[in-house]
Write a protein that binds this ligand. Structure first.
Ligand code: ATP
Length: 461
């Protein structure tokens, strides 16, 4: 039997998800804590391969708490310290769960280079619903003998945890997020004491390299509103710029630590890997479909607009909510227009059928708008409908008829720019690609001297 070389180097991928609960906590916060303990206890024996990964998954998943984020930590170490690493990770996840009473947390640890087939798992997890059966298939086909720890196969968090690990096999573009954590004393306070002016100034200085700091009305977007330990998060393309936030953004409450994450945020992965035909637009899937509008856009309750779109495979209603900032844009379209829609499929309101919640659209072919109206055969004025089954009456001479004798058609060309139409900044979800990412897509991972710092012990204990 070949003996194991205890000094042999190994690559270790630690996947974590669902360690938050409605009582607080956040998987990124736990990851920062694990990194802190690993480096404190095993300083020379572990090397961080890259900043921990914050991987956002399918935004349509109904059981997410907030933004459906999972985390992967990738380190290099030696076989002889594996047991110590396992102990630290296992103990800290258990402690975290006890503190925040979360019970669906998933922890999975995989060794070695990852097979490229894992990209299938990430692509499905970011755009569709993954079943436990699919997870088990992937594990038995591609990761046999590689998984050295799983806390429980029955926990839903395992799906996100493995998806976060799998992301590195199919990275098309990347972004970063600096997350700063608050002191436990402030956990109950929803209001984050972050100086608005300093955020405005930061945004002005680095608008080309950061995104979604403030919305069009000047509202700050970097602070969350829940019971979680995050004080603020800044997203962008250049890690050095993000680290400047630590000096330039003024905060009036204590910081316990920060962590810089490499991320799939702002990449549009969910729609890029999403379904392209309407027949596949099933609930909780992400889609990127092209089709023809077969009806005029309809306004319904609350200012929401519905359009019916068809392709060669089927038809579906697409819904544009007022808060997306896209309603006036979708109203520019008319029957016959050929457009591309991005979004997620969900059940909507009282309509018990799936609809596409629109996140973005591209006009592809704009038809000439046909204005048709019925005119009076006597005087040429407009005919209006009197009521169901009662026919029409002329607004000019009062002539009544139930037979339409004449229809006037006029051509009217609309000016619709054929560029991508995006929602307002406050409606942006983490995976959606902001303008900055179109202008300067980021593909190369930068080597960073330091990805995290714990200033005082993370005070959740
Ligand atoms: P946090 O950011 O604090 O982790 P969250 O909003 O990310 O909160 P979670 O608490 O992680 O939400 O819950 C999402 C759950 O859904 C996780 O258990 C995850 O494993 C699971 N999940 C994520 N994506 C999919 C998917 N595509 N199919 C099935 N389950 C998924």
């Amino acid at each position: 039997m070949a003996s194991i070389d205890e000094n042999e180097e190994v690559l270790i991928h630690i996947g974590l998800d669902n360690y938050d609960s409605f009582n607080g906590g956040c998987t990124t916060h736990l990851a920062t804590y694990i990194l802190f303990l690993l480096f404190k206890e095993l300083y020379k024996d572990v090397e961080l391969i890259e900043c921990p990964n914050l991987v956002r998954l399918n935004p349509a998943i109904p059981w997410k708490t907030r933004g459906n984020g999972a985390v992967a930590i990738r380190i290099r170490s030696r076989i002889k310290v594996l047991n110590k690493i396992l102990r630290i990770v296992e103990e800290s996840t258990q402690r975290y769960e006890e503190t925040f009473s979360s019970d669906n947390g998933g922890l999975i640890i995989v060794l070695g280079d990852l097979p490229k087939e894992l990209s299938l798992f990430y692509q499905k997890a970011v755009s569709d619903v993954v079943t436990i059966d699919f997870l088990e298939k992937i594990l038995s086909r591609f990761l046999r003998n590689r998984v050295i720890y799983v806390n429980s196969y029955r926990r839903r968090g395992i799906i996100g945890a493995l998806a976060a690990i799998s992301w590195s096999t199919t990275r098309r573009s990347i972004s970063y997020e600096l997350i700063v954590y608050r002191s436990r004393k402030r956990y109950g306070y929803k209001n984050r004491l972050v100086d608005r002016e300093s955020v405005v100034q930061f945004d002005k200085s680095y608008s080309n390299e950061t995104f979604l700091n403030i919305d069009e009305e000047g509202k700050i977007l970097i602070t969350p509103h829940g019971p979680d330990p995050v004080l603020y998060g800044i997203r962008g393309l250049n890690p050095d710029v993000l680290l400047n936030a630590l000096k330039e953004i003024r905060v009036l409450e204590g910081i316990t630590g920060w962590c810089l994450f490499l991320s799939n945020q702002g990449t549009n992965d969910h729609v890029n890997y999403g379904y392209q035909f309407i027949k596949d637009a099933k609930p909780y899937r992400c889609v990127r479909i092209q089709g023809v509008l077969v009806e005029e856009p309809k306004i319904v309750r609350g200012g929401t607009i519905i359009v019916k779109i068809c392709d060669s495979t089927s038809c579906i209603d697409a819904v544009v909510h007022k808060k997306s900032g896209l309603t006036s844009k979708i109203q520019m379209f008319t029957r016959g227009d050929y457009i591309e829609l991005w979004g997620v499929v969900k059940y909507w309101g009282s309509i018990n059928k799936p609809v596409v919640n629109v996140e973005g659209l591209i006009p592809i072919f704009i038809t000439t708008k046909i204005d048709s109206r019925f005119v009076c055969p006597r005087c040429g004025n407009r005919l209006i409908k009197i009521g169901r089954g009662k026919g029409f009456r002329c607004v000019g001479c009062g002539y009544r008829t139930s037979i339409i004798t004449y229809e006037r058609i006029s051509g009217n060309i609309r000016i619709v720019s054929k560029s991508l139409i995006l929602p307002s900044k406050s409606a942006f979800k983490p995976l959606m690609k902001p303008l900055t990412m179109y202008l300067r897509p980021c593909k190369d991972i930068k080597k960073i001297r330091r990805c995290f710092e714990v200033i005082e012990p993370l005070e959740f204990l």
